[in-house]
Design a protein. Structure first.
Length: 825
């Protein structure tokens, strides 16, 4: 019998009238539930399946559209995606919000009540993973034919619990229940080889190499739809899951190696078991190295398969594909593509290298030296012997060119080599990424400059044309439309809804900064958001805060360079002031809110959390200060928490040591929601200042050059401590165990580190920070002026849409245009 595809393909478009039927269908016939047995989770599942049907129709149509267009494809390779919840986001991006609400009304089901039942997908650490998620949203919204590749970790970033003031890590079981947003694509399973040896053979006198690996793991793809906003486009995020190859098992079983076979199976599946929870410090673990190759190998095979459907001439590859590397994590793909082209497709080396170099773009995310990836040569020898040969040969050719350009300069060869010799032989992945790419970009203007001038000056001199900047952005769909629906509604009422896909339209709000009625509504929205946050704070921490307090917020990964420590020291200073002077009668309550995870092995970061929590306990319970200050640490920072906190914030803390934060994106989310920034001249803070105007942001502290000078001079934090009574008082109070009565001495390592090194210049910036806060408090008293500034912040944040960022990548690096359906179809 022949299927009638015309009828099968006919779209079951979502109609308000049929929504209820679909929902009931899923609840009963998929979930097997009725009124007696259905839980709220069952209702959520049925709702999600209902909306997923609608997504799949568009998903299939998008694939047809892209295939017909024969357009060049964008392949975005990222080891991390911090997606957050997808249910609301999908409904909003589909534009199905109202239909969904009205369609289910007769059942008495309001979809928004069920959103907390979704287990959020948190396959990333922080900014880098969230950026990848914002980029997916923008690429889909801009009709760009892009596929995101990543790993389907069984456990994402750990759940953070607090136990007696200490961070405790718990596994994140996000797949415990069905993940409705993924579809297993078993037919596109690929093999990934490891280990073994390289054989040499000759064809027509040409030396050839054949990698004979020792074991194989399978990569199974799971696809997640990425819904564009209001354009009927649904792109794909393909996540790879590792599984041990059955054939291999069988062989071993037959040979009677039952135990070996089983442990190998466990080994293979361990590859995608868990996300590495280190943010910016490479722990150099062998499993992580194998994870990276697994990811790269699966993705490149998939890209090749797609390419071969379009062409069999590999010289066309750069015209059909561009691969963007989100940091060096997937940079082994440069050696992998070379291996495929040279060993498997038998292309001459130079041709293969030309194709490879034209096909990659590399985004650098950090200049912290401890975060620049270097892999021990012995890892390559053990797991990727052929890749090591390829990297050595690339290095040999490359250093030859360098020496021709710099005759007699041996030091430059040592500096630029892909191989670091001392103290241990290692491959410098950033160097590989630079020589293997057409484009190398930083993520904010200042970071791109530092990259060129201080981190990679030799490479910049050799390849000035490769270096460029793409200032990060955030998607306005999640970070305004979804997170702050009341503000979004007010904005749309005034300037129409074009801002959702063209954020520069927010400029039109500037005139409302002088409109009394608008300001009143703006303030009311902030207050409502604060009420929600106050409730959440009470539920999560038991601390009661006033709805109209000043909410001063620092939420981000805990790291010494981000200087949560400076923030809490300042809070202690304010507390001392209150206790000494007690002149706080008319001051509003100030809530200092923190959230963020520390890498499990990062001792200092964990102690900073402990200090915040201990200080909170003392301050929140001290009746002498009449609740004028509250300190809260909300556990388990994640995307959904950010969505609640940010719209309620008055003051956004972006206080990294100048030169350390490549861009930051948290800073953008706050300003877009009308918080005023207190920040250093670092990363994108500088560009935010340029956009919103110096008078609408609070900057303080040493700039990059001043920090550099301090670092190169002899910085003496102890002297600052002894000369500055404010610093002295705070440190002495901590050292007196005022905040650690029952655990005396626990904060000694923190104090010691500050007094003897202060690597991140907390003391050097302390006074400026304190004075800046005093200024902020003064300005906050003028509510009208404050609101004006907040509105101007919102109005002038257009630049920081990830749509702008992605348009720049598409035009300058990828050379890919949007694919739009032909008119009349
Ligand atoms: C935006 C975001 C980040 C990045 O924040 P920064 O302040 O730029 O470090 C980290 N984690 C989550 C959950 C985020 O939403």
């Amino acid at each position: 019998m022949k299927a009638n595809w015309d009828n099968i393909d006919a779209q079951i478009t979502m109609q308000k009238e049929s929504l209820a039927n679909f929902f009931v269908h899923y609840l009963k016939f998929f979930g097997g539930k009725d009124r007696y047995s259905a839980s709220e989770l069952d209702v959520y599942n049925a709702l999600a399946y209902t909306i997923r049907d609608h997504i799949i129709e568009k998903w299939l149509a998008t694939k047809v559209l892209y295939n017909k267009s024969h357009s060049k494809r964008i392949y975005y390779l990222s080891m991390e995606y911090l997606l957050g919840r997808l249910f609301s986001n999908n409904i909003i991006n589909l534009g199905a919000d109202k239909e969904f609400r009205e369609g289910l009304k007769k059942l008495g089901v309001d979809w928004e009540d069920y959103t907390p039942w979704e287990r959020e997908s948190a396959l990333g650490n922080g900014g880098l993973g969230r950026l990848a998620a914002c980029f997916l949203d923008s690429m889909a919204t801009l009709n760009l034919p892009a596929i995101g590749y990543g790993l389907r970790y069984e456990y994402g970033i750990f759940r953070q619990d607090i136990c007696q003031g200490y961070q405790v890590e718990e596994p994140d079981e996000w797949l415990k229940f069905d993940n409705i947003w993924e579809m297993k694509r078993i037919e596109h399973t690929v093999p990934v080889h490891f280990g073994g040896e390289v054989e040499t053979y000759h064809i027509d006198g040409v030396e050839k190499f054949n990698w004979c690996p020792s074991y194989t793991v399978l990569g199974i793809p799971y696809d997640m739809p990425v819904v564009g906003y209001g354009n009927n486009i649904v792109n794909t995020l393909r996540l790879w899951s590792a599984k041990v190859s059955e054939e291999f098992d069988l062989q071993d079983f037959n040979q009677g190696n039952y135990i070996d076979a089983v442990s190998e199976k466990v080994e293979g599946e361990t590859l995608t078991k868990v996300l590495y929870p280190d943010d910016r410090t490479e722990s150099g673990r062998e499993l992580r190295f194998r994870q990276q190759y697994f990811f790269v190998c699966c993705s490149i095979q998939d890209i090749m398969r797609k390419f071969l459907k379009e062409s069999s001439d590999f010289r066309d590859f750069p015209k059909k594909a561009v691969i963007q590397l989100n940091d060096t994590h997937p940079s082994i793909s440069i050696a992998e593509l070379m291996r495929i082209l040279v060993d498997e497709k038998h292309l001459p080396w130079d041709v293969a290298w030309d194709i490879t170099r034209k096909s990659f773009g590399y985004t650098n995310h950090t200049i912290l030296p401890e975060a620049l990836e270097k892999w021990p040569v012995e890892f390559f020898q053990r797991h990727l012997p052929r890749h090591l040969q390829i990297i050595y040969k690339l290095n040999q050719h490359f250093l030859q060119e360098v020496s021709v350009q710099n005759p007699g300069d041996n030091d430059i060869l040592r500096r630029m080599s892909l191989v670091e010799e001392y103290p241990q032989k290692k491959i410098r992945m950033a160097h590989l990424a630079i020589i293997g790419s057409t484009s190398v970009n930083g993520v904010s203007e200042i970071h791109s400059e530092i990259l060129k001038e201080q981190v990679m000056p030799d490479f910049y001199n050799s390849f000035p044309h490769k270096f460029n900047n793409k200032t990060n952005g955030i998607t306005p769909r999640r970070w305004l439309l979804q997170a702050n629906p009341s503000l979004a509604k007010l904005i749309t009422e005034k300037i129409g809804k074009e801002w959702i896909t063209d954020l520069s339209q927010l400029k039109k709000l500037e005139k409302y900064a002088d409109d009394k009625d608008f300001r009143k509504r703006f303030d009311k929205i902030k207050l409502e958001n604060k009420k929600k946050l106050a409730k959440l704070i009470e539920i999560e921490t038991g601390v009661v805060v006033e709805d109209d307090a000043i909410f001063d917020v620092q939420i981000k990964r805990i790291h010494e360079y981000k200087r949560q420590l400076m923030n809490i020291l300042h809070v202690i200073h304010l507390y001392c002031e209150l206790r000494d002077h007690k002149n706080f009668k008319d001051a509003p309550q100030r809530v200092f809110l923190f959230a963020g995870k520390a890498a499990p092995g990062y001792y200092m970061a964990k102690m900073i959390i402990k200090l915040i929590l201990n200080v909170a306990k003392v301050i929140n319970n001290d009746e002498l200060i009449k609740d004028k200050i509250k300190v809260v640490f909300i556990p388990n920072y994640k995307v959904s928490l950010a969505e609640t906190i940010i719209p309620a914030t008055d003051i956004s803390e972006q206080i990294s040591t100048a030169g350390k934060e490549a861009s930051g994106t948290g800073n953008m989310k706050f300003a877009l929601n009308g918080a005023l920034t207190i920040g250093t001249l670092d990363g994108a803070n500088i560009e935010i200042m340029n956009e919103v105007g110096k008078e609408n942001i609070f900057t303080f502290g040493l700039d990059i050059d001043e920090i550099k000078a301090k670092r190169e001079g002899n910085y003496e934090p102890y002297q600052l401590y002894s000369e500055n009574p404010n610093i002295k008082k705070v440190i002495d109070l901590i050292q007196s165990n005022f905040f650690s009565l029952h655990e005396p001495g626990i904060f000694e390592p923190i104090c010691n580190s500050l007094l003897t090194q202060d690597q991140y210049f907390v003391f050097a910036d302390f006074n400026a920070y304190m004075e800046c806060h005093e200024k902020i408090l003064q300005e906050y008293k003028n509510q009208k002026q404050w609101t004006k500034k907040a509105i101007l912040n919102v109005a002038r944040m257009g630049k920081f849409s990830s749509d702008r960022t992605i348009n720049e990548y598409a035009a300058d690096i990828w050379k890919v245009s949007p694919v739009k359906p032909k008119k009349g179809k």
